[in-house]
Design a protein around this ligand. Structure first.
Ligand code: AMP
Length: 114
């Protein structure tokens, strides 16, 4: 997988405002937040996108979602609700080619997305 800004954050070569770290993933504030709370959860494993995950990654994907749920509770956005987004590939609007889950909250979201 090609080097990305998220690889540099994982190696601590670029600063990020971390909210969670464990053996499988890290989570940090998005540098250009689209909501009052905007967190990215990324696996340590270099996976380019959801499209290239396979059945070996099932436990990892479950873990990432569990971490999203925990962070939403810890940051106090769970009661009012929040949105979880994975942009995948060009049509999905993915701009960083390292799998990441967006957690957005702190305001009411609209639908459909752009
Ligand atoms: P996506 O468009 O789904 O690939 O999302 C990539 C996200 O990464 C965007 O919301 C960017 O604002 C965010 N991002 C890019 N560089 C950084 C960085 N250095 N620190 C935190 N978030 C970043």
């Amino acid at each position: 997988m090609a080097e990305t800004v998220f690889s540099k954050i994982l190696r601590k070569e670029i600063n990020a405002r971390l909210v969670h770290e464990d053996e499988l993933c890290i989570a940090f504030h998005d540098v250009a937040p689209q909501a009052p709370t905007h967190i990215l959860v990324i696996p340590r494993k270099p996976v380019e996108s959801l499209a290239v995950c396979n059945s070996d990654d099932k436990a990892l994907m479950g873990h990432l979602l569990d971490v999203v749920r925990q962070i939403a509770a810890d940051l106090g956005i769970a009661a009012d609700g929040y949105r979880v987004v994975i942009n995948c590939g060009a049509n999905g609007g993915q701009s960083v080619d390292h799998l990441h889950i967006h957690l957005l909250g702190g305001r009411a979201m609209t639908w459909p997305p752009g």
